[in-house]
Design a protein around this ligand. Structure first.
Ligand code: SF4
Ligand code: SF4
Length: 132
């Protein structure tokens, strides 16, 4: 009985000691969005599509494991469609695009309450030379 009481008291002090120790350590959280994180050079965020460089070869579409990209071409237009509700930000599309028409930016802010907003379409004849 007394032994279990001592174990409980020890557990409380262990917890308090852990909190005390961590109060002197550097914070790992940020007051986002007022403060912005320092993202790695290799961070993969939203895509930038350069319609002037795009050949409509559809390689990005084929290498996408999530089936998130669609490229459509007609006589005077190329359409680039990406569905961020499917994209897993693996970077395959950027890696395999031989003209570097796709680059991944550090923009990670995709939160929305409307799923349709995650489906983004750009077209070369809309002057979408470089768009997210
Ligand atoms: S973005 Fe790159 S890989 Fe995709 S269709 Fe255009 S040129 Fe091909
Ligand atoms: S980053 Fe990966 S999942 Fe997202 S569109 Fe590109 S290939 Fe597909």
């Amino acid at each position: 009985m007394f032994k279990s009481f001592l174990i409980k008291i020890k557990a409380i002090f262990d917890g308090l000691f852990t909190v005390f120790k961590h109060s002197f350590k550097k914070r790992v959280t940020l007051e986002y969005p007022e403060k912005r994180p320092n993202l790695s050079e290799r961070f993969r965020g939203k895509h930038l599509w350069n319609s002037k460089k795009c050949l409509a070869c559809k390689v990005c579409e084929k290498v996408c494991p999530a089936n998130a990209i669609k490229i459509e071409k007609n006589d005077d237009n190329i359409k680039f469609n990406i569905d961020y509700s499917k994209c897993i930000f693996c970077g395959n599309c950027q890696y395999y695009c031989k003209t570097s028409a796709i680059t991944m930016t550090k923009d990670f802010e995709l939160a929305t309450d409307n799923k349709a907003d995650l489906n983004v379409e750009k077209a070369s004849n809309n002057g979408d030379e470089a768009n997210n």
